[in-house]
Design a protein around this ligand. Structure first.
Ligand SMILES: Nc1nc2c(ncn2[C@@H]2O[C@H](COP(=O)(O)OP(=O)(O)O[C@H]3O[C@H](CO)[C@@H](O)[C@H](O)[C@@H]3O)[C@@H](O)[C@H]2O)c(=O)[nH]1
Length: 263
């Protein structure tokens, strides 16, 4: 059967999450959807046994693969590499750490059949962020989200849980693959049809139980640089709005590099 859905998971030191994610995902998809779905991990040479874990799952019959990159590093570029190597028309990106619930993927895919781009959102009625998520992460996430408001109508462009129809990716140009926020980059730059709104998919963001977050001050600085570039891209370098927004971001950039703890 031809593959229709490709689930791409950037992974760095996620050995302990690979098995549970794979099993929960394919269990949620059920027999018929499992046959048309592939799961692709994109690992940056973690050398922690992730490859062996995937080989084991393959032997158990799961349609799962792992791409190991040895010369590149980074979440956004890993996601794009997975998309490039995928066979399906419906592409979904999710984290390895189970903070994006695998059980919601079937409904997510249904939505993706009706919208060119779907983004998971933690900001909707009845969903949210686990109460144990630390305050500093809430502040970072909320601040980052506010700064992105001029760039997209999406309520949660920080989300690493998103999907798109592959036909819209083929015309992507000038995509910046630094940092973590590939969904925002794609939302701002892809030539998505104006008459079809992006889909919002409410979900509750869980707590990581295995492994560690890779969020660092470097990632935050990359985000601010990305924002500055996107403001200029969207509003044009000569407009007053772009200049003001770029200035705000630059000040934050300098401050954050001086005081890593500011965010
Ligand atoms: N291949 C690869 N994968 C990476 C890298 N850095 C992180 N990842 C993978 O990317 C996923 C997200 O990284 P986390 O470190 O778990 O992210 P987080 O800070 O806990 O979550 C925040 O960022 C996520 C990604 O955008 C968001 O999904 C989430 O909503 C939140 O904003 C995980 O599967 C992780 O292994 C990298 O350099 N290379």
């Amino acid at each position: 059967m031809a593959i229709e859905n490709s689930i791409v998971v950037p992974a760095y030191h996620e050995k302990l999450n690979i098995g549970p994610l794979t099993k929960r995902l394919f269990a949620a998809l059920g027999n018929s959807d499992s046959k048309i779905t592939e799961l692709i991990f994109v690992d940056d040479n973690s050398q922690d046994g992730s490859v062996e874990e995937v080989e084991k799952l393959k032997k158990e019959g799961y349609n799962v693969n792992i791409i190991v990159r040895t010369t590149e590093r980074g979440l956004s570029s890993a996601v794009l590499r997975g998309f490039q190597e995928s066979k399906g028309e419906y592409l979904v990106c999710m984290d390895a750490d189970l903070q994006h619930p695998p059980e919601s993927v079937p409904d997510f895919l249904n939505k993706l059949r009706k919208h060119p781009f779907v983004i998971g959102t933690r900001y909707a009625a009845g969903v949210g962020i686990d109460k144990d998520w630390p305050l500093y992460r809430r502040v970072i996430s909320g601040g980052a989200r506010i700064l992105a408001v001029p760039l997209t109508t999406a309520t949660d462009p920080m989300s690493g849980f998103f999907g798109l129809q592959k036909k819209y990716l083929t015309s992507a140009k000038n995509i910046d693959t630094q940092g973590f926020k590939i969904a925002l980059e794609l939302l701002a730059k892809l030539p998505l049809p104006k008459d079809q709104p992006i889909g919002e998919f409410p979900y509750s963001f869980g707590v990581r139980t295995e492994g560690e977050s890779k969020l660092s001050s470097k990632v935050m600085i990359q985000y601010l640089q990305q924002l500055k570039d996107l403001y200029v891209y969207k509003f044009g370098a000569s407009t007053i709005v772009a200049t003001l927004l770029a200035l705000v971001v630059l000040v934050l950039l300098v401050l954050s590099s001086l005081f890593h703890a500011i965010f």
